[in-house]
Design a protein around this ligand. Sequence first.
Ligand code: ADP
Ligand code: MG
Length: 725
Amino acid sequence: MSQLRFKMVDAAINHSAVEVEKPEGRASDYFSQKVFNRRVMRKYLNKKTYDALIDTMRHGTPLTLELADSIAAGMREWALDNGADHYTHWFQPLTGGTAEKHDAFADPDGEGGVLEEFAGKLLVQQEPDASSFPNGGIRNTFEARGYSAWDPTSPAFIVDTTLCIPTVFIAYTGEALDYKVPLLRALSAVDKAATEVCHYFDKNVQKVISYLGWEQEYFLVDESLWAIRPDLVLTGRTLMGHESAKNQQLEDHYFGAIPARVISFMKDLEYECLKLGIPVKTRHNEAAPNQFELAPVFEEANLANDHNQLLMTIMDKIARRHKFRVLLHEKPFKGINGSGKHNNWSLGTDTGVNLFAPGRTASENLQFITFLVNAISAVYRFNGLLKASIMSATNAHRLGAHEAPPAIISTFLGTQVSAVLDKLAASSSDDIIRFDAKNVFKMSGISHIPTLLLDNTDRNRTSPFAFTGNRFEFRAVGSSDNCAEATIVFNAAMAYSLTEFRKTVDAKIEGGMKKEKAIYEVLKKMIDDCRAIRFDGNGYSDEWRSEALHRGLDCEGSTPLTFDRYLDGKTINMFKATGVFTRVELEARAEVKWETYTKKIQIEGRVLADMAMNHIVPTASRYEAMLLDKVYKMSQIPGLNAASDIELIKSIQNHTAEIQKLTHEMVEARKIANRIQDQREKAICYHDTVASCFDEIRRHIDKLEEMVDDQIWPLPKYRELLFIR
Ligand code: ADP
Ligand code: MG
């Protein structure tokens, strides 16, 4: 086996940068080349069809089947002209990945030939044979039908030779079985609620759009080395491995020069993304060795989310071309930073105003503060749920590990914005608003908001939900997550908060209060009520944990228990009021979360046991036998002292015995957990009795790695995995 390790290390060293073919022209020439975008639609659709489709995209107007036929015909022509021969509905089931089933355009014409067909009904709706997607019990086998239905707001695209049509995925009985349905519902809820609140300030606003700008972190490892690490292959992370003597302590990787092989991969990936209309913008090294980041320019949230899902698939494909494997696991390596996704979030009006950006006039700023306060209030009221939305067996390793946001949600506003809110909350209602001659209202002491806020440059890297000047950045999202999970929660909670806000303000106005004063009064109370969520200090500190507990924030650390937040009364009410989830859908989702958690830990437990017993213990025993042989021979020669070898043998004995004992205990614990029927109980049992064994087993293995002869160690070591040459 060690022979294999050296062979693979050798192969990794010899992998050189792959020559990348640049598409012709400049980025503006090939951007969106593989997307059925408006420019192409105009060419392939007649005017009536084009106008109807645009209307559907803008206002959600339902399409007739006749129009669908006409769109499908245009789409087919475009796809065939661009080399496609298959089509697929592309959807996002609760597995977290994407799903597709390809069908050929060509159909027998009955006369011995084939014809390329694509009818409107195939575009609009399909019934995937999908009974084996996670559904949390929604689809019992007798009603095992699921439908995928076209989402015209996200354009179709071509990958390889397949036309991909973004779709939602729903049960026969109408429940959502994917991430897109609730995301679209949440976006529509926040549009409605926010537009109504905007009308206090500007009657011209007709639509509020939620934007998402994700940043994707990832690791690359050489494919040869990856292939002989069963843990990386099967679980996406290293379940064992002694820290490399050098890792990130010199801080020499972050923003450092990107290795040639990696640059080549990045270029290839970026060309592919640009052709698919993903507006990739930024690339850089991250903090850990072999860790990188890619970020596009933000887009409307539904499209941005599709693009992130698509990116994760393409990354994997391109990485293989470069003899890499991309690791999207949140914590592939112990002792160095893990990977996350940052969801940058803002709301903007169709009149071009960013509602999270301070404005130039006092009225714009009152609007800004209204949206800001509603956002932090929403985060406060649903902080536990927000955490549940990003919790998983994999992300749990990263949160709270002094490198990523802690497993407590708080918001960072920066000193200036904080001061403005505090002043506002402390002012007495009479000195709040004064109108000057031009009817511009001023707030005592803070009439200078506009200029002051514009240079908000504070940065707090430890906050999970940070205000960064014109948007919020939610940093606790896992690198492998579907961004939609968190995006659904903050948009729905925001919609809920805004609706309540408006009702309260309206009641005051009806009672005779002036509009601005009513708004101030409600905001003041909200600022007071949600004070506990604001934290500008060090989120990694131990004091923060006790302080957060004291403040009543959700500090639950067990992943399966965090999922309970999906079924809290207030969660169910909020999602019902906003029309995002029914109770049945929430129960199903929680069920899927528990089940997925269990399966992930189960797989890790199996792989760990296999590696411990079939790789590590035999290797350690071999080395031990070599030592025993040596000691025995030494004892034949008077005057030689084998004491230190004997100590080493004892130590190896001790660690292998512990590994055997603990592995046995873990396997027994798994057997007990497997007998539990209830998914929640089972996940809790896996968390408390199975996952809890991993660290201790690993500790002994990592000790052995330090003792056993490097020549026979079977697994690529961290120093080999982590430094791409
Ligand atoms: P940093 O790493 O400092 O957070 P980046 O430039 O890597 O900054 O990423 C910032 C992300 O935020 C990008 O995806 C960018 O498009 C996005 N973004 C910028 N402005 C907005 C906005 N108003 N709404 C949503 N996302 C935004
Ligand atoms: Mg960021």
